[in-house]
Write a protein that binds this ligand. Structure first.
Ligand code: SF4
Ligand code: SF4
Length: 475
């Protein structure tokens, strides 16, 4: 049966419509030198209200060098306008790598018999969380394979409870985002009740045929169930969802249109688009060779994708992980990235105690292996403010409440002072002397950039209070 494109539909093949994607790709191909059209799209984009998937695709395909420079400048401007120079920090925490799926690009697929299978006990989770708190992390992304027997929802819920309950020295995990397999309304309701931040689920690829080939077995094989997961999560009351594709599996142009259509769909159906978009690229891992996937993208294309997503969905945070090298991260930070991980371990366990090589259970090889302290210092040397802020979630500013504040430009009044205060906490509790020195100077300089005098004064006072031992202030 022919599926018609309908962004408001609840059916995967109608809101991610293959025919519409292909028509958009053709349209962009035909217009990639159409200067008048590109100018009009750029003019619309300058309003900062975003673009449709077709318009954004024309910019991605644009091959007029001068216009491409304009695209980069505009992405940079939008990044500055919406996110300032702040970068939010987080770390992944792998709970279990038991998995019943057969994903061809992930070493946790069930056929891999030699990778060590590990599932953390609550005691081990406690140790990992203490180690993460001692690094300075406040925001985690939980990761697990799909395995109803080894990793049932009860295990995830218990783990979330454990994580939130640990208060070690001045440490606390204040926001737990969760990246688990597509599940039922009932389980999403349970996750919501457990107080999760964002529910994250990568689509991997939006191309149904490719999707089914790459997921030959297991529950993940069901393209529609997977693609409609965000709808179920939002219907179940989860406000913030995080989308992503794994670049390299399918032609990047197809994925680019797909992810923007997904954002348009969530906006059309629920009045709020994705909270974040992640842009991972396939990496080498245990029995995975990225060269087996012939759609890998080079750094230039990657940078252009980041810039065009930034322009198309200005309100959606964008994440790069330690899959990317320091150099590659540096290149895309100013083009639109708002969140990065630091000091990450992509194995199950590994924060509290180093894992011997023969017991390594990493999901992928990390490119950026620096410690959190090194990443924080590096960001500040580049002129960014590393932020450990989790204020919105804790103030109930999620979903449409978050987006409407964001669209009214209000969120900026909170983000900047919150970034400075959480950075100050980090410097007091965890930073090396060199990082602390740079950070203190940065905070002093950035304090004067808080426009409202009253907010500036309150922040100044809170910074003194933090130096005096108090914690957890927020706007
Ligand atoms: S990508 Fe996820 S579902 Fe697929 S094998 Fe890896 S852990 Fe399992
Ligand atoms: S104030 Fe809200 S939007 Fe701003 S950094 Fe904090 S949590 Fe994010």
């Amino acid at each position: 049966m022919k599926m018609m494109y309908d962004p408001k539909s609840s059916k995967a093949e109608e809101f991610i419509n293959d025919e519409e994607i292909r028509a958009s790709l053709d349209y962009a191909e035909q217009n990639k030198h159409n200067q008048a059209l590109i100018d009009s799209i750029l003019e619309k984009a300058r309003l900062g209200k975003g673009l449709s998937h077709r318009e954004a695709m024309v910019l991605l395909d644009c091959d007029i060098e001068e216009k491409n420079q304009e695209i980069y400048r505009l992405a940079e401007q939008i990044k500055k306008d919406y996110y300032g120079n702040r970068i939010v920090m987080f770390a992944p925490l792998y709970l279990s790598n038991y998995c019943v799926n057969g994903c061809l690009y992930c070493p946790y697929h069930y056929k891999n018999k030699h990778i060590p299978r590990v599932k953390l006990t609550q005691e081990q989770i406690k140790k990992e969380v203490i180690a993460l708190q001692d690094m300075g992390h406040k925001r985690l992304a939980l990761e697990t394979g799909e395995d109803p027997v080894n990793n049932p929802i009860e295990y995830i819920l218990e783990s979330i409870k454990t994580i939130y309950s640990i208060k070690h020295k001045n440490g606390a995990i204040r926001r737990v985002n969760v990246n688990i397999a597509a599940t039922t309304h009932e389980n999403y309701r349970k996750l919501k009740e457990a107080g999760i931040g964002t529910y994250i689920l990568f689509q991997e690829t939006y191309n149904k045929e490719t999707y089914e080939r790459l997921h030959p077995t297991g529950p993940k094989h069901d393209y529609c169930y997977h693609t409609e997961a965000m709808d179920r999560a939002m219907e179940a009351g989860i406000d913030d969802v995080g989308c992503g594709v794994l670049f390299g599996l399918e032609l990047y142009r197809y994925e680019f249109v797909g992810i923007l259509m997904h954002a348009e769909h969530l906006e059309a159906r629920f009045g709020v688009g994705p909270h974040t978009i992640s842009v991972p690229r396939v990496r080498r891992a245990d029995d995975i060779d990225p060269d087996d996937f012939d759609n890998g993208i080079d750094d230039d294309t990657f940078a252009k994708i980041v810039a065009c997503i930034r322009i198309a969905v200005p309100y959606t945070g964008m994440i790069v992980s330690t899959r990317e090298s320091q150099k590659s991260r540096e290149r895309v930070l100013h083009l639109g990235i708002s969140q990065i991980s630091g000091g990450s371990k992509t194995s199950v366990g590994g924060y509290a105690d180093p894992i011997p090589e023969e017991e390594d259970s990493s999901q992928f090889d990390v490119s950026d292996t620096r410690t959190l302290d090194e990443v924080v210092r590096w960001l500040m040397e580049l002129g960014y403010i590393p932020s450990f802020c989790t204020a919105c979630y804790r103030e109930g500013r999620t979903g449409d409440r978050f987006m409407s504040l964001c669209k009214a430009g209000q969120i900026q009044n909170c983000c900047h002072p919150n970034a400075l205060m959480t950075l100050k906490e980090y410097l007091e509790d965890y930073a090396s002397p060199a990082t602390k020195e740079i950070g203190e100077k940065l905070i002093m300089a950035e304090l004067s950039n808080i426009p409202k005098e009253k907010v500036r004064e309150i922040t100044r006072q809170h910074l003194l209070d933090i130096a005096g031992g108090s914690r957890d202030f927020r706007f």
